[in-house]
Design a protein around this ligand. Sequence first.
Ligand code: PHE
Length: 455
Amino acid sequence: MTATTDRGAWGSRLGFILAAAGSAVGLGNIWGFPTQVGRGGGAVFVLVYLVCVALICLPIMIAEIAIGRRAQKDPVSAFAVIKPGSPWWAVGALGVMAGVGILSFYAVIAGWTIAYIWFTGSGVVHGSQEAIGAFFTDFTANGPATVLLTLLVLAMTAAAIIGGVRDGIERVTKALMPMLILLLIVLALRAVTLPGAAAGLDYYLRPDFSRLFDVSVLNAALGQAFFSLSLGMGAMITYGSYLPKRVGIAAAAMWVVFLDTSIALLAGFIIFPSGFSIEGFDPGASGPGLIFAVLPRLFATLPGGHLFGAAFFIMLFMAALTSTVSLLEVPVAYLIDSHRWTRRRAVITVAAVTFVLSIPSALGNGAIAFFGQLPVVGMDFLSLMATVWNNFALPVGGLFIALFVGWVWRIDGALAELLAEQAWFPGARVWGFLIRYVCPVAIFLIIVFTIQGLF
Ligand code: PHE
């Protein structure tokens, strides 16, 4: 099977790793991970997260890329190419919906980061912890501003992929990733040397083992790992479909997982030490506002802090943009491959639909100011979307992907793709075992117990 010319392809192995890492590294690492650690009780969440990444997500990352490269198609057609005439295409369809659903709240948060480039750079957000927190609440309650910023994010995402996925992303990510890592290291070094930082490190690194088998922690960690690694919805199937045969999948996947996980862990080394250096800090209390409440205080402790703040939010926004691009690319690839739409029409249509869906999330905090939390579910709309898609849709997608590769395509079929051209893959048999047994069983149990816990 050859790729049609308008599908495009990555330029090189590094190009693919950068693009996939660009998809993975984003708000999930720097906004999502600390927020979830704060909700999930600190180090115990980190521990469970790392186990999920190693035993469940890395194998599924390899499986998704293999499906994509084998089929050279969007996620919906990919299942149909490997198993024609079966209902497995529905897993791809779930992924297409997840792409739109996740993008609809992700673009809202990415919009907040644009505003914070200005807020931190110009110094309008400052003062006591209460003032900084109130600033965030007031800003996110400003409906017209948050809706417009969301529109701006979606328009930029659409503009970035209208000409194809390849050029822009490879180039942007190549420059961005080293700068982002460097800045995070500088901020982490400052944070851990603040007075009071030790309590933050303790919270972040010393697990409270009594919560180890708390299903809500397991479910949150699993969902966060899928979200952060862009798994369970076909983003990696789509990116894998642009991957040349000569590139080894397993090694590339390991690089992506390593980069993504390191950056998330680094974000924790910034947020918790600086959070705990603030009197009366409660890591679980700020929800989606956590980093926006903690970081301005950290910047204030640095010489030239405004510049640090602006640089940080510029990079966070760029990292978010390489992720929104991959979210939008899944439904777009589906419309191009399966329905023969032009790229332009697909991009504009999906972006427009996503914008309409994003409005309740964009207004969410404004609505809370008036009505309080959503009555039944006890959270704002944006958090509700994040929970539904991240904690349920993505792991369920991953469960079916593991079942498909392990039992339908089968390990030997997948290994033919994974070991093509003598690719490096020492743990191939272990991988097969994880995909067939460990991933499906673990995800299934976590989802079932979580649903049971809701009643
Ligand atoms: N992984 C991205 C992040 O952490 C979000 C994302 C999820 C992107 C799913 C694509 C698919 O920010």
